[in-house]
Ligand binder design. Structure first.
Ligand code: HEC
Length: 94
């Protein structure tokens, strides 16, 4: 009898843990509110100068900016949404 109760408590514990883990994990994949609110200009000025001078939007053609965006997304560990915003800005401000 006593054993049954501790098994029940154990199962509830596991269920709570799995549930909590799922919630935390799912949330970590969604962009944070801070990132979602940032514009392409902000992301460009904050990220691109971490490793080299921030390239001016006039440096390349829109087609080349697409390619640069892909390459720098892997270098700078940007999310898909961040890259899209930055490339959109670089293409539109020339
Ligand atoms: C983690 C470091 C890092 C970050 C952050 C970074 N880059 Fe780069 N970038 C590099 C390195 C390293 C190179 C040299 C080329 C290579 O990677 O093969 C480079 C090269 C480039 C080049 C080619 C330069 C040239 O004149 O040929 C462009 C354009 C560029 N980056 C744009 C960007 C933009 C736009 C961002 C912001 C979204 C960015 N980079 C963020 C590391 C970074």
């Amino acid at each position: 009898m006593k054993k049954n109760i501790s098994i029940k408590i154990f199962s509830v514990g596991i269920a709570l843990f799995v549930g909590l883990f799922t919630i935390v994990f799912m949330n970590s994949c969604a962009p944070t509110k801070a990132v979602a609110a940032k514009t392409g200009v902000q992301l460009w000025s904050e990220n691109c100068q971490r490793c080299h001078n921030t390239p001016s939007p006039t440096t390349f053609s829109p087609e080349i900016w697409e390619t640069v965006g892909m390459h720098m997304q892997t270098r700078a560990l940007l999310t898909e949404a961040e890259r899209e915003k930055i490339v959109e800005f670089l293409k539109s401000s020339r």
